[in-house]
Design a protein around this ligand. Structure first.
Ligand code: FAD
Ligand code: UDP
Length: 387
C-alpha cells in the first residue's frame, strides 16, 4: 500500500514546534498527521523524566516556561496546570553570590554602601527605575563612575561566561544574545519578568503526551526522517512514494540538504549529572560560574520541580563546546551572525521550490527561540495553513 496516501501532513521532530503544529493541524483542520522523531522520546529538548535515583530532571538542561503571550499561555494551559515558579539565578563571583541579571541588589553587594547609593541614583536618573540596560549599552555611557559598574559587570558576569558558552567574547556575538540578560535597574531578583511563568505541574513530558493525544496524530519514535524522506526536483518522496501533502520540518536546515554548502555552526553542550546524598546542593535553581570553572552553570532540579525529597538531590553541570555534527552530538544553540545567517538563507531558499514544505523551530529557522516563541510561531503557521 502507498503509505504516503494515509497522511495529509508529515511533521519531522516531536519537540515544542512539531508537537504544537501537529495538534493544530490534526484538531483544527482535521488532518491526518504523522510525526517522525529520531529520538526514543517525545518533547525534544524540553523532555524531562525521573532518573534512576528517584529525582525528577530535565534531560537537556533547565527549562523554565515564561511568556508575555496570553495566547501561548492559554494554549498550553489546555494541556497542563502550572507550578508557580519564578526562576532565580546567582553568579558565583570568586565565592560571592550575586543576583543575575545584575540588579540593584547586586550593586549593593558589590560596592560599599555610600558609593552604591550614589551609583543607584545615577542609574535611576539616566535610565529610569525598572529599566533594563544591555551590558553593551551600559559600556557606552560616558559617566566615569558608571563606567566602573559597566566594567565590573562586563568582566565579572559576561566576559568569561560568554567565552565559555560561545567560544567568543560578548563583542563578537550578536548583541541580542547578551541583551537577554540585561542589567536590571530594580530590586527584582527573578531571572524573567514575563506575565506568565512556571513549570508544568506534572512534567513537560506529560504536557507533550497530552498535546499528542489526538486520534488524527500518529507518532513514530526512533525514526530518522532523512531515511524516509527524499527531496528531488521540487518533489517530496516519503518511503519511496511521491508525497503531496504538507511537510513541517523542525530539524536542522543544513542536514536536510546533506550540508551541501557546509555545516551551519552550532554550539552544543555536555550535560554532566551528579546525584548527591544531601537534601539541597545550592541556594537557588541555577548558580552561574562567570569567572572560573569549565562549566557555565549548575542547576539543581528540585528547586524547579518542587519535588519533596529528603537526603538526595540531582544537579547538572553544562559544558559548552562546538558542534561538529558527530552522531552522538546535539546542536543546541545557533550561532547567529551575518555570515551564518547568509548560509542559512541559502539552505532555506532550497525549500522554496518544494510546495507545502515549511521550516519551523529553533533548528529549522536557525533562531535563538525560547519555548514560548516556538509555540507562538507554530500557532501562527497553523493559522496560515488552515486559512
Ligand atoms: P527541539 O526541541 O530541538 O526539537 C526538535 C526535534 O526534532 C528533536 O526532538 C530532534 O530529535 C528532532 N529531529 C531533528 N532532526 C530530525 C530528523 N532528521 N528526523 C527525525 N527527527 C528529527 N526555552 C525556554 O523557554 N525556557 C528555558 O528555560 C529554556 N532553557 C533551555 C536550556 C537549554 C540548555 C537549551 C538548549 C534550550 C533551552 N530553551 C529554553 C529553549 C528550548 O529548548 C527551545 O526553544 C525548544 O525546545 C525548541 O523546540 P523545537 O521543537 O524547535 O526544537
Ligand atoms: N550571560 C553571561 N553571563 C551570565 C548569564 C548570561 O555572560 O551569567 C550571557 C551569555 O552570553 C549567554 C547569554 O548571556 O549565552 C544569554 O544567557 P541566557 O541565560 O539567556 O542563556 P540560555 O539560558 O539560553 O543558555
Amino acid at each position: 500500500m502507498n503509505k504516503s496516501k494515509i497522511y495529509d501532513c508529515l511533521v519531522v521532530g516531536c519537540g515544542m514546534a512539531g508537537t504544537t503544529i501537529a495538534r493544530e493541524l490534526a484538531e483544527r483542520a482535521g488532518k491526518k498527521v504523522l510525526i517522525l522523531e529520531m529520538r526514543d522520546h517525545i518533547g525534544g529538548n524540553a523532555y524531562d523524566f525521573m532518573n534512576e535515583n528517584g529525582v525528577f530532571v530535565h534531560r537537556f538542561g533547565p527549562h523554565i516556561f515564561h511568556t508575555d503571550s496570553k495566547r501561548v499561555f492559554d494554549y498550553l494551559s489546555r494541556f497542563t496546570q502550572w507550578r508557580n515558579y519564578s526562576h532565580e539565578v546567582v553568579g558565583d563571583i570568586h565565592g560571592k553570590l550575586l543576583p543575575i541579571p545584575f540588579n540593584l541588589n547586586s550593586l549593593h553587594l558589590t560596592f560599599e554602601s555610600c558609593k552604591a547609593r550614589r551609583l543607584e541614583q545615577k542609574l535611576i536618573d539616566i535610565y529610569g527605575f525598572g529599566s533594563k540596560v544591555p551590558i553593551l549599552d551600559l559600556r557606552r555611557q560616558p559617566d566615569a563612575e558608571l563606567a566602573e559598574v559597566a566594567d565590573f559587570v562586563y568582566n565579572n558576569i559576561f566576559l568569561h561566561y560568554t567565552q565559555k558558552q560561545w567560544g567568543l567574547s560578548p563583542d563578537e556575538i550578536d548583541s541580542l544574545v547578551t541583551a537577554r540578560v540585561p542589567v536590571y535597574i530594580s530590586y527584582d531578583n527573578r531571572y524573567f519578568q514575563d506575565t506568565y511563568q512556571g513549570i508544568p505541574a506534572q512534567s513537560y513530558t506529560s504536557l507533550f503526551e497530552r498535546i499528542l493525544k489526538h486520534p488524527n496524530i500518529e507518532l513514530h519514535l526512533n525514526s530518522e526522517a532523512r531515511r524516509r524522506l527524499r527531496l528531488e526536483s521540487g518533489k517530496v518522496f516519503f518511503d519511496g512514494c511521491p508525497f503531496n501533502g504538507t511537510v513541517i520540518y523542525t530539524g536542522p536546515a543544513d542536514e536536510l540538504f546533506d550540508c551541501q554548502y557546509g555545516r551551519l555552526p552550532y554550539r552544543t553542550l555536555d550535560f554532566i549529572f551528579e546525584t548527591h546524598n544531601i537534601t539541597w546542593y545550592q541556594p537557588k535553581g541555577t548558580v552561574n560560574y562567570p569567572v572560573d570553572r569549565e562549566y557555565t552553570r549548575i542547576t539543581e532540579f528540585k528547586h524547579l520541580t518542587g519535588q519533596a525529597l529528603d537526603g538526595r538531590t540531582t544537579i547538572v553541570k553544562e559544558y559548552p563546546r562546538s558542534y561538529t555534527g558527530a552522531d552522538n552530538e546535539t546542536p543546541y544553540y545557533p550561532i547567529q551572525n551575518q555570515q551564518n545567517i547568509t548560509l542559512y538563507e541559502r539552505y532555506r531558499k532550497l525549500t522554496d521550490e518544494l510546495p507545502q514544505f515549511h521550516l519551523l523551530g529553533r533548528l529549522a529557522e536557525y533562531k535563538y527561540y525560547n519555548m514560548d516563541g516556538i509555540v507562538k510561531k507554530a500557532l501562527e503557521l497553523a493559522d496560515t495553513l488552515i486559512k
